[in-house]
Design a protein around this ligand. Structure first.
Ligand code: HSE
Length: 320
């Protein structure tokens, strides 16, 4: 018997203007997956789930339906079909969820990334991290019906990740500027990604597209040159934010509070309801986070929240 413990942290998809093409990882919180390898005796399925904690019983125990086990099955299939490595053992999976579900914090991606990091380690690292991203994306399809990569890719690779293309997958890892800090505020309410995607238009006017790609390009330039004011003025989303903001009680008050506290910019984390802000010092990031929490609490919905302040995680999914 051999046991490996994988960890992957929360991620923020979209980063305002980069709908489905840009995301980043923070250092914590994150999910843990413990895999134990043994001889296959009872089960016909090579992966079974022994326990899940922290999900209030909401996640499926069926290995083909749970994101973390599903991606390990995909990984094993790939080893057999593409690398000629047959797996005849059994993997027992224990999932420790620390990230809230349907939060916009990349909860399903973190579970998938932690499971994949552990599985790869357990079997002697047959895949690169870049290869693991493919399976993590398949996990997103199981979790919410859409195979977007802007949480899965940074959950595995860390940093900012730009998805230049989905077919074929072409990922560009962008290291963060040293003084960039994220305040991430999670109000105690759920918003399902599938629903938050259903409110988006299938087509957008050219004028809107022009604004959006101007901001994505500028944001990437700002990150690469550590130009904090440029990062701040590029955090504008004219596509998803206007449609999703009404789904998040207090969104405009929270955004205004972050900006008043000195944040560079603020937008919805992934599909929400969490909201993130960037600042160029840890003190400002903390002040912005506290102001955002207060704004959630004093808004009409009076939502309590959790808050984290973190630099960008450079490491990605790892073994504990
Ligand atoms: N890009 C995805 C979306 C992120 O906005 O639906 C989900 O966290």
């Amino acid at each position: 018997m051999k046991t490996v413990r994988g960890f992957a942290s929360a991620t923020v998809g979209n980063v305002a203007c980069g709908f489905d093409v840009l995301g980043f990882a923070i250092k914590e919180p994150g999910d843990e997956v413990i895999l134990t390898l043994s001889e296959r005796k009872h089960s016909s399925c090579p992966v079974t789930i022994s326990s899940i904690s922290g999900d209030e019983g909401k996640l499926p125990l069926d290995p083909k339906k749970n994101t973390s086990s599903f991606v390990v099955l995909k990984f094993l299939e790939h080893l057999r079909a593409q690398k000629g490595i047959a797996f005849n053992g059994h993997i027992s999976l224990e999932l420790k969820k620390h990230l809230p579900l349907s939060s916009g914090m990349g909860s399903s991606a973190a579970s998938a990334a932690a499971a994949l990091a552990a599985a790869n380690e357990l079997l002697g690292q047959p895949c690169t991290k870049m290869e693991l991203v493919h399976f993590a994306i398949e996990g997103e399809r199981v979790a919410c019906g859409s195979a977007h990569a802007d949480n899965a890719a940074p959950a595995i690779l860390g940093n900012f990740v730009l998805i230049r293309s989905y077919t074929p997958l072409d990922l560009i890892v962008i290291p963060p500027p040293d003084e960039l800090y994220c305040s991430l505020v999670h109000p105690h309410t759920e918003l399902r990604t599938s629903f938050a995607r259903s409110v988006l238009p299938n087509e957008i006017p050219l004028k809107m597209a022009t604004q959006q790609w101007g901001n994505v390009g500028a944001l990437v330039a700002g990150l690469l040159t550590a130009d904090y004011p440029l990062i701040g003025r590029s955090l504008i989303d004219v596509v998803a934010e206007p449609k999703r903001a009404p789904l998040i009680p207090g969104f405009f008050e929270v955004k205004e509070a972050a900006q008043r506290a000195g944040a560079l910019g603020c937008s919805i984390a992934g599909s929400g309801p969490s909201i993130f802000a960037f600042s160029s010092s840890p003190d400002t990031a903390r002040e912005a986070g506290i102001a955002m929490q207060e704004a959630f609490l004093t808004s009409k919905a009076k939502l309590p929240s959790d808050m984290w302040v973190s630099p960008i995680c450079r490491e990605g999914a790892r073994i504990l």
